[in-house]
Design a protein around this ligand. Structure first.
Ligand code: AVI
Length: 320
């Protein structure tokens, strides 16, 4: 069995748990294998997928104001980034800090060692003087351990609407980890995709080129490849939904016929009824009042909501 270690268990265990549940479900964190990473890069460049462009606009246009509070402290600080990825957006902030000759240490946190290695390499090229201390860990574990804590103020970045990929209870749990993992005077900058015209949201998850469909179906390909399964990907359709009340955009894979799928590594056959679904991803959209409520749950005060000109996306700055 080619089971990959993850945050909570193994791919095989999570697939077994999810497909034996009613309704069936698969965790979205497994989208991101090498093929999924490439598909996500494509998604970020799609005309319908506004999230990445809007957050760029926010950071490009308002980085000075975003960083003004921490720079006003006139002390060195730690820049901690949860889910650093390729650091593309963070580099907007890093360039400004380098230009201002600010002294700080950058702690990128990511679960993937190869992502961190690539990031370190690209940073050493563009910012040779920057002190970088990569941390290979999950968001929650890193907030528990706080290896960056040295008495200096911290600015914790959690960009890219990643919190939206957690259900309500898990999102609150992450905010609780932020509460425990920060001290008075620390700042947090979190990216949130905001509630907006439902059609705009649905289009972002149902692009004309079908890249998001491929991204969703890649979960089945991955189970076929890594767990010796026989999913017929063409007999599943990609079905995103958006509920404007809860702000939850949910993606499903819907079986177009009654069928059986065998997963060799689990030694199990799963029955699908015609039109039975597998829930694969939540991408929650927030209102500003929901965001303020989350801030108070974490013991933070909202300093400012930095938004793009259309009010599609917010990077919100909280202080403890
Ligand atoms: C990574 N995350 C914020 C993306 C989102 O919008 O929820 C993942 C994604 N799923 C489909 N398209 C993009």
């Amino acid at each position: 069995m080619n089971a990959k270690n993850t945050d909570f268990g193994t791919f095989a265990q999570d697939v077994m748990l999810g497909l034996n549940s009613t309704p069936k479900t698969l965790p979205s964190k497994y989208f991101y294998d090498a093929k999924g990473d490439k598909l996500f890069q494509k998604i970020m460049a799609l005309p319908e997928y506004y999230l990445t462009r809007k957050e760029y606009d926010v950071l490009e246009g308002q980085h000075e104001q975003i960083l003004a509070e921490i720079l006003a402290l006139d002390k060195t600080f730690n820049l901690v980034e949860l889910g650093a990825g390729d650091g593309m957006k963070t580099k907007i902030l890093l360039r400004y800090l380098a230009k201002m000759e600010v002294e700080f240490t950058y702690f990128p946190v990511d679960f993937s060692g190869s992502v961190l290695e690539e990031l370190e390499e690209s940073l050493s090229f563009e910012f040779p003087a920057l002190e970088v201390k990569p941390i290979q860990d999950t968001y929650r574990e890193s907030l528990k351990k706080q290896v960056w804590e040295n008495g200096k103020p911290n600015l914790i970045l959690f960009l890219g609407a990643n919190l939206g990929n957690f259900g309500a209870d898990e999102a609150k749990n992450i905010i609780d980890h932020l509460r425990v993992g920060t001290k008075k005077g620390d700042f947090v900058l979190i990216g949130f995709d905001l509630k907006k015209d439902p059609q705009v949201i649905l289009n972002a998850y149902h692009d004309k080129q079908g890249v998001t469909r491929e991204f969703n179906l890649n979960l089945l390909d991955r189970i076929n490849r890594e767990l010796d399964a026989d999913f017929d990907r063409e007999s599943f359709s990609h079905w995103p939904t958006y509920d404007p009340v809860s702000g939850e955009c949910r993606s499903y894979l819907v079986s177009q016929k009654s069928q059986e799928v065998t997963i060799g590594a689990l030694n199990q056959t799963f029955e699908f009824e015609e039109f039975e679904s597998i829930f694969t991803e939540i991408s929650k959209k927030y209102s500003l009042s929901e965001i303020s409520h989350l801030a108070s749950l974490g013991g933070f005060e909202v300093k400012e909501n930095f938004m793009d000109s259309e009010g599609y996306f917010a990077d919100v700055l909280w202080v403890k």
